[in-house]
Design a protein around this ligand. Structure first.
Ligand SMILES: Cc1cc2nc3c(=O)[nH]c(=O)nc-3n(C[C@H](O)[C@H](O)[C@H](O)COP(=O)(O)OP(=O)(O)OC[C@H]3O[C@@H](n4cnc5c(N)ncnc54)[C@H](O)[C@@H]3O)c2cc1C
Length: 395
């Protein structure tokens, strides 16, 4: 059996970010990925534009990923507005006064994936095993689809929110199937967005418009699963006209760029993040509803926390798979992720509930948010702080 210090299952942005965070530790790492290396090197567009906090931008900068992100392909959120139904009243988050020129950045997911790959591919202690899936796992050991067995002091699952590795290691997860689908795409428009991100909570559909480069926005439509097929089947021009109308023509004429991609919405929170010789990172630990844009932000901070725990154990000559060294990661990550997960799910329920009390409550919530400056200041602070903390973001 071929031996490593760490085996990472999944070369998604979280798994690769974690591996990059281990740089300099001298630990021998294998990453097993089902996709080919050609796909990792040039990932196809997947419609997702990822909103990143200042803390995430700082981590990506530190990991050397940021320099591979072309500035011209990204967006900058200067202000954010939340609108309830057709009302013109908005809860407004402004970057002015935060000491930072913007609330966050938006980067297409395929560019994040490519940047993460570029920063890992040449690391001397890292072996990338592509075109190969982990089919079986047990404590300190995995078996690949080609029959090879690999052993390690620590196996890290970064194989998505539907992690098979997590399930096979006997770790359950809370799952919240929202019965909804998110449709994402980019659209060009006549009028400038001025760096404003807008989230419109209509009664049956949620529409988020996020500022990308130039006169281009990322469009995120959330709707009941049984309505999604019809929206995906709409001709491009009809879809664009529908979004334009739903957005109250605020951006003038809108046109679809590229394709629409649909994702089913399932929130996932693993019961545990660690076990003896085993840990979860990224969506495998916490798979968020995208409305509050926390998923990869948590993937980055969680990966950095786990890498710190592992590096500390290695530096002290301890067994890196010992659960006593892994538990501080679980505690620290859970402390940040749990309130965000529960808060996001509660928000989703409030804003998709079409009953009258919920409609009144969310109207009141927006107004309260505007007249209680400490609440807003806290949210803006969490978006713009250089080190990740706890709280809600708005998207
Ligand atoms: C529509 C949408 C919008 C989003 N917007 C935001 C946002 O604005 N901000 C934000 O922070 N986050 C956002 N997210 C979340 C973000 O995209 C995810 O958190 C992030 O992509 C998760 O990365 P990951 O590496 O954990 O998992 P994944 O990207 O799912 O990667 C998992 C990898 O594991 C591999 N794999 C799986 N099983 C195996 C196996 N058995 N063997 C080998 N390899 C395997 C897969 O091939 C894949 O490459 C959004 C998500 C969606 C769907």
């Amino acid at each position: 059996m071929e031996m490593f210090d760490i085996i990472v299952v999944g070369a998604g942005p979280a798994g690769l970010g974690f591996v990059r965070s281990l740089e300099g530790s001298g630990l021998k790492v294998a990453i097993v990925e089902r996709l080919s290396e050609a796909v990792l090197a040039d990932p196809p567009e997947d419609g997702r534009d990822i909103a990143l906090t200042h803390a995430s931008e700082a981590i990506m900068e530190k990991l050397g990923m940021w320099r591979h992100i072309p500035e011209a392909a990204c967006g900058m959120i200067k202000d954010a507005k939340v609108v309830n139904g057709r009302s013109d009243y908005a809860l407004h988050f402004a970057s002015a006064g935060s000491g930072k020129g913007y609330l966050g950045r938006i980067v297409p997911n395929h560019l994040i994936r490519r940047a993460a790959y570029l920063q890992v591919k040449d690391l001397p202690d890292v072996t990338l095993i592509c075109d190969s899936a982990v089919e079986a796992v047990q404590t300190g050991q995995v078996t690949l689809s080609d029959g090879r067995a690999l052993g390690a002091s620590l196996v890290v699952a970064a194989d998505s929110r539907f992690s098979e590795t997590r399930r096979k290691m006997g770790i359950g997860a809370e799952m919240e199937d929202f019965g909804r689908v998110v449709i994402v795409c980019e659209m060009s428009h006549e009028l400038p967005h001025n760096g404003v991100a807008t989230e419109c909570f209509h009664y049956e559909q949620t529409l988020a418009i996020l500022p990308m480069h130039g006169e281009v926005s990322s469009v995120v439509v959330t709707l009941a699963s049984d309505k999604a097929e019809a929206v995906m089947a709409m001709p491009d021009a009809a879809f664009a006209a529908d979004i334009q109308a739903r957005f109250g023509n605020r951006l003038g004429k809108m046109q679809l760029l590229g394709k629409r991609v649909a994702y089913p919405l399932v929130g996932v929170f693993a019961k545990r993040f660690v076990a003896p010789r085993f840990a979860l990172v990224g969506d495998a630990a916490v798979g968020m509803h995208p409305v509050t844009a926390h998923g990869y932000n948590l993937g980055l901070t969680g990966g950095a926390l786990l890498a710190d725990a592992v590096k500390q154990a290695a530096a002290e000559g301890k067994d890196i798979g010992d659960i006593r060294g892994l538990l501080p990661y679980e505690r620290a990550h859970r402390k940040v992720a749990r309130p965000l997960y529960l808060g996001t799910n509660a928000l989703v329920k409030l804003y998709t509930d079409t009953r009258l009390p919920a409609k009144i409550l969310r109207g009141a919530a927006l107004r309260l948010g505007n007249v209680l400056p400490p609440v807003k200041a806290r949210i803006v602070g969490q978006l713009t702080q250089a080190v990740a903390g706890q709280g809600a973001q708005s998207r």
